[in-house]
Design a protein around this ligand. Sequence first.
Ligand SMILES: *Cc1c(COP(=O)(O)O)cnc(C)c1O
Length: 346
Amino acid sequence: MEFVDLRSDTVTKPTPEMREAMAEAEVGDDVYMDDPTVNALQEKAAEMLGKEDSLFVPSGTMGNLLALLVHCQRGDEVIVGDKSHIYVNEAGGMSALGGIHPHPLKNQTDGTLALDEILAAIQSEDVHHTITRLICLENTQNACGGVVLSADYMRAVGKIARENNLSLHVDGARIFNAATALNISVKDLVEPADSVMFCLSKGLVSPVGSMLVGTKKFINRARHLRKMVGGGMRQAGVLAAAGLISLEKMSTRLGQDHARAKKLFEGLNQVQGLKLDAFGSSSTNMVFFNLADEVKLSVDQIIEEMKKHGVLVDWAGPRRFRLVTHYWVDDAGVEKAIKAFAAVMK
Ligand SMILES: *Cc1c(COP(=O)(O)O)cnc(C)c1O
């Protein structure tokens, strides 16, 4: 059976065009910085994000870790969202590997950190306190519904960072989704940030890899640390070849995924027993919902039943689901998923 896979945009397999480009990629030893395809990808990413340089890394988690390690010394403090991927879903890497102290602030329902709470969290100079070095934002904010943080908000946080001698890192795993939803360039959106990580391996459909961007000095240090944590790859051009197609072609089509997520939301909103989160102008490629109290089926039972209908879905909590649209989900796939939920929830 052909499955409609709505578990995540990480499930996206490379397109035939990507596979062809990967097979034909010119390669070299990237640890010697000799791989022309990796170099081309890094130049392109830096240019699109309006930063001096960039680095190809095996995963978003590694990209975020390197950013934290470059910005912070052991014992330094980072202001992060309590629902952020960096704080919740990266195995505590900043603490375990960097000795970096997270200072979590509540993510508001719109995905932001309240500006007054950021200001209040910045430590004063006092021997009792850690030294605050960095603010991290996540855009789109996954656990808050895949919502977009606006350019104005990013600028406001950037201003706080500059005025307090802090750096601003953006976990932009889905920054191209954010820019698409805001209808602005990624470059404008990340202008206030000192560094940005984004994933090629999600909505941008590449099989592997993420990019870290920042100043030349920042990236040189990150390259050193990438080697330290075992992320120095050799003929990585076979992967970067797909990444180039991600940047050139996939970055401009994400509006289709957002439109399909909206259709999915509208369809599921009619299904009894599902309590949909709002899907508004700051929503992107994710649809979240809870099971109503009267629903007897468990999340696991629903996942199994949906599979029988040819639809793969994943849970986001004991009574909660997250569905994600992407390149390999077409209009028919959305229809099939809505019908399957209607049948399973009957
Ligand atoms: C996926 C993701 C990451 C990490 O990327 P991996 O490649 O899975 O390590 C970081 N931040 C956010 C918001 C993500 O969704």
